[in-house]
Design a protein around this ligand. Structure first.
Ligand code: B1N
Length: 807
């Protein structure tokens, strides 16, 4: 039979365009004459959602009918970033969307700019959770992400002459086309004698180039319908409504602290709230598939993203014993076979320990269970390590003293089958320091899984010109198999390729220069070296050391030295209560104000503080970085992931032997990395002898001059007191060893300057950074979690949806 003549191909983007028009009418209830840009954004998102729904529905269907083993990732933070462009790239529809927008007289860029970012995280930990969700979907692993649907995400940062100002982030104010409420999946949680209801909101997480769309399930707090009947009946209507308001504050706001636990009652309530809802949801799934509760650990692998969900150990025990009638020993085997825990920090101020009183008030039954776990744990220890009460005291789940506390990290270690750190050095230090006693008790429990980042968002979405060049040069496989970037290596010496590489980098820098102009009003030269440090502001990350280096540069340039032009770019939020971090921002802002108007700095030095660093802004910054500043005090940055995003996009790193920097350097080669500073071991030795910054400072005339200039009020309109707390701290205790590393940092920066002057060599090093960074894909991290910790296998999803796709 002759094949029918194919129908004429509709113009590109036609189906999306029609869907957008349909949604303008049926979802936004408007005609074109009244439609705002935001309406069009919503329509495009809904049109894309219609398409991805088939994957989502088919995936849920497949997982349900095949009774698959499932990984669940519990995290108090998911720093997702905008969905629209990521989903377009996953579906291979970016060009269609651009065409559809154009047909409506719009641009895709305008649409993307309209999307408010779900900022449901602080920094690296939350962003890691988001990269992991995407990789699990791409690897076709059955997985659910569980967290909190904060009504207000991380605060918005504005920068004024006095530094950081915060305002709220009402990201849901205009609705959210990417979520679906599931009121049928709601669970009660008893906190402090009051019941709060958690309602599920689901967001699809698309895999790239597969038919899988996993679910991120976030819980929103609601008062029970039958709220406070007692007061209601007594006629105290207002009090009843007040209770309702109180329960709903539970999911109101994300705590804006990164690596600082303040021990707030609301925070502990948030933790039990989302953990209990998630576990109850897992029991519901188990029941719906007719699986007995004693098989919980065969159905689910539960990963705790830091200790924030560590209460899961006690809550799973409670649900098994109190609700499902399982005996203690069976419940304990199930719990420890189910749970595993990732540690993300060694900083003592980040280690959660809840006062017993607060715990008793809010979670009396869970506390009782924790005491029982502890009693049994200490009993086994007493037998294994007789006559060592200090060891038992150090290992106990309860910190003794006048204010007894529950140590959440200990609860997580005892209740898990596997504990991992997030980079090799970090995992080693965990075993040697924080968990040294536990490593003696259970040496095999501890392991490393080095972090990674998703190449879809951080390369394909963030850097389309680079993605296109890669596709052209080495094919398109890199996006799913990032190791393929290795194929670039021979091109690192190919003059034609290097020229195209340079072109791609210039485009990214021009794009960032435009953003800088828009957000700060400052004009920067895209041909200058872009020297970038973007991350949370924290003393251990040493933004103040980078700032000192800039002041030194300013002094050298003023003294007539000839240095290649640089644009030094900072960005990042400070926790609102962290005075020293805010003062560091104030210093950078003050420096920028003076330096950027000094005619002697024209064409030589610019200093920028980009306000409101976010995923969205990161997508513009990372592709444009020449020099990636990764300068934390060795031993303090657990991993870092910004370091990976920059290197992957062709930046060279100046960095210490800390976190994943070590592994990046190992892979890109020491010729292609600017190393400086003391190692963690050297610093430990220095500390043993008693560290003081003064001897370092006294031998360093340039550093002294820089500190004096800051102290003179040069960057604070004559105010000599403003930066005193910062400078006094640096010169007296210097807890983060800035002075010990400053000289070597300067030496490495000088090497950067000379390397930059050889443009050809710099480009080659840049290519080699990208070529050798494939290891840092979150696909590789997740493959390791799946194989070594979760024992979860891929389950391919076929298109079988009964719902016809709109095209
Ligand atoms: O987790 C990231 C790492 O790459 C970073 O090095 C590490 O600093 C970061 C309490 C934290 N560790 N701990 C936190 C965040 C919020 C909070 O309330 C602790 N964040 C990290 C991913 O592994």
């Amino acid at each position: 039979m002759a094949s029918p003549t194919p129908a004429p191909c509709p113009p590109k983007g036609q189906a999306l365009l029609e869907a957008m028009r349909r949604h303008l009418f049926s979802s936004q209830a408007k005609s074109a004459s009244l439609a705002t840009i935001h309406d069009h954004y919503v329509c495009l998102s809904l049109a894309v959602r219609d398409i991805l729904l088939t994957s989502w529905v088919d995936t849920a269907d497949t997982y349900t009918s095949q009774h698959v083993r499932t990984a669940t990732y519990m995290s108090a933070e998911f720093l997702l970033g905008p969905h629209l462009e990521n989903n377009l790239v996953s579906l291979g529809l970016r060009e269609e969307a651009a065409a559809a927008c154009e047909a409506l007289g719009l641009t895709l860029e305008e649409m993307l700019a309209e999307e408010p970012e779900p900022g449901l995280g602080n920094g690296g930990l939350g962003r890691l959770a988001a990269c992991f969700q995407e990789s699990m979907a791409t690897l076709e692993l059955p997985a659910i992400g569980y967290g909190i649907r904060y009504e207000f995400g991380i605060f918005r940062q504005q920068i004024g002459p006095n530094g950081q100002m915060e305002s709220t982030d009402p990201w849901l104010a205009r609705g959210n086309p990417w979520e679906v409420i599931r009121p049928e999946w709601s669970y009660p949680v008893l906190i402090g004698g009051q019941t709060v209801i958690g309602v599920a909101y689901d967001t699809p997480i698309l895999g790239y180039g597969v038919h899988t769309a996993n679910t991120l399930r976030l819980w929103s707090a609601q008062a029970p319908d039958a709220f406070d009947f007692a007061s209601f009946n007594a006629g105290d209507y207002t009090r009843a409504v007040l209770h309702k308001v109180q329960s709903e504050t539970l999911s109101k706001v994300l705590y804006p602290n990164d690596e600082l636990e303040q021990g707030k009652r609301l925070r502990l309530s948030q933790q039990i709230f989302f953990v209990s809802c998630s576990l109850q949801d897992m029991f519901r799934i188990l029941g719906s598939q007719g699986i007995p509760v004693t098989e919980f650990h065969r159905k689910f692998a539960v990963q705790l993203n830091d200790t924030h969900p560590a209460i899961a150990v006690a809550e799973l025990m409670r649900l098994l014993i109190d609700v499902h009638g399982v005996d203690w020993d069976t419940a304990w085997s199930i719990t420890t076979a189910t749970i595993s825990y990732t540690n993300h920090t060694l900083l003592p101020e980040a280690l959660e320990a809840w006062g017993l009183e607060l715990f008793q008030q809010l979670l009396p039954r869970q506390l009782q269970i924790i005491f029982e776990i502890n009693a049994r744990f200490l009993r086994t220890l007493r037998i294994r390590f007789p006559g060592q009460p200090e060891l038992l005291e150090r290992l106990s789940l309860i910190e003794e003293g006048p204010h007894r506390k529950v140590r959440m990290a200990h609860l997580a270690v005892v209740g898990s089958h596997t504990v991992n750190g997030v980079a090799e050095l970090h995992s080693r230090l965990l075993k040697e320091n924080l968990f040294a006693d536990f490593a003696r008790v259970w040496p095999d429990r501890f392991t490393n899984i080095t972090n990674g980042v998703t190449p879809r968002r951080w390369l394909a979405v963030a850097n389309p010109p680079l993605a296109a060049l890669l596709n052209d040069a080495i094919g398109t496989d890199w996006c799913r198999h990032l190791d393929q970037l290795r194929k670039l290596e021979p091109l690192a010496t190919d003059a034609g390729f290097l020229e195209r590489w340079q072109g791609v980098r210039e485009q990214a820098k021009e794009r960032l220069a435009a953003t800088i102009r828009q957000d700060t009003g400052v004009l920067v030269d895209p041909s200058s070296l872009f020297d970038v440090q973007v991350k949370r502001i924290h003393e251990y990350k040493r933004q103040h050391m980078a700032a000192l280096q800039v002041v030194e540069r300013y002094l050298r340039l003023r003294a007539g030295e000839d240095l290649p032009p640089r644009t030094v770019i900072f960005g990042g939020k400070a926790a609102p209560g962290y005075a020293m971090a805010k003062l560091i921002i104030r210093l950078i802002v003050g420096m920028a104000e003076i330096i950027n108007i000094d005619p002697a700095m024209d064409g030589r030095l610019r200093v920028i503080f980009l306000p409101n660093f976010s995923v969205k802004l990161g997508q513009k910054i990372y592709p444009a970085v020449d020099l990636s500043e990764q300068i934390s005090t060795a031993g303090m940055e657990a991993s870092g992931t910004g370091n990976m995003k920059m290197s992957l996009n062709g930046a060279l790193t100046i960095g210490t032997l800390d976190g994943a920097n070590i592994e990046i350097r190992e892979r890109v080669g020491d010729d292609n990395f600017f190393l400086f500073g003391h190692t963690a071991e050297q610093l430990a030795a220095i500390n043993r002898n008693g560290y003081h910054p003064m001897p370092w400072l006294e031998n360093d005339a340039l550093a002294k001059e820089a500190i004096d200039l800051i102290g003179s009020g040069h960057f604070s309109e004559g105010d000599r007191d403003l930066f005193h707390p910062l400078l006094a701290n640096l010169c007296s205790s210097d807890p983060f060893r800035v002075m010990a590393d400053l000289g070597d940092y300067r030496r490495a920066q000088n090497e950067v300057d000379s390397a930059w002057c050889d443009a050809g060599r710099w480009s080659m090093m840049s290519v080699l950074n990208t070529a050798r960074c494939g290891f840092f894909s979150s696909d590789r991290s997740i493959q390791e979690y799946a194989d070594r910790i979760w024992k979860v296998a891929p389950v391919p999803v076929n298109a079988c949806s009964v719902i016809p796709s709109p095209s």
